[in-house]
Design a protein around this ligand. Sequence first.
Ligand SMILES: Nc1ncnc2c1ncn2[C@@H]1O[C@H](COP(=O)(O)OP(=O)(O)OP(=O)(O)O)[C@@H](O)[C@H]1O
Length: 266
Amino acid sequence: MRAVTTAETAATTHPWAIHAQALKVRAGRHLAVDGLELRLGDGVHGLLGPNGAGKTTLMRALATVARPAGGNLTLLGRPVDGRADLRPVRRALGYLPQHFGFYPRFTVREFVAYMAWLKEMPKAGIPSAVQRAIDRVGLSAKADARLKTLSGGMLRRAGIAQAIVNDPQMLLLDEPTVGLDPEQRLDFRELLRDLGTDSCVLVSTHLVEDVAAACTEVVLVNEGRLVWQGTPASLIAQGDAGHAGDSAAERGYSAILRRHRAEAAR
Ligand SMILES: Nc1ncnc2c1ncn2[C@@H]1O[C@H](COP(=O)(O)OP(=O)(O)OP(=O)(O)O)[C@@H](O)[C@H]1O
């Protein structure tokens, strides 16, 4: 495979890593993202929303796996349309899908190296980048274990390792904490804070607490549209004891959704 130069790997200078205007994306025949406005820069952004809100479909569009059906989408300064060469964006992104396929007989190291190769990383740097990614997700002791022998949480961490192996400028993690035990979730929050210092990280999750603890910004979607965007502190400030939820962040989340639904019903 041809080596990739730094100029090809780096995307153009961009004010927003992710910029969506009136974005529409289909899931099957259904318009799961329907007129979404979103601007995200560097930092860790938590993507929240009820079941069926369109989070996974949005993630797929941002990962360039699903093509927009309408509106505009610009990723790392490059417009995503039918004619765009998406390879520079794909080299600069990391994506953990909600369900990812893998070869069960691959070891963790082989799997992460294979994904690094698919991302066209310079060959000489792959072994050290793979080791670093595996270390960062706490899987060093299992680096040479076959994927089919891993627990669900370990497999999820192998998935995160493949997503970060290329030090992505834009990292998309769909339900990354599913299967992680409480201690691993705390480690993961630490990793997120570290990753978000010089890249745009978007994490889709149902765990409002993870978002409140580890994200710099919260993005709330419902029925394919942006409902609310703000800091975890302002999310918390939206709720009071009268709203559903065990924590202040959950009460804020449920207060915003109720308000939005009441306005939509008018
Ligand atoms: N292949 C498909 N065909 C038809 N409709 C689909 C398809 N995939 C998803 N949908 C619908 O699109 C909507 C958005 O789905 P999506 O998976 O993006 O939501 P989500 O916010 O990720 O949900 P969850 O929190 O349950 O994972 C839902 O109403 C879902 O039923």
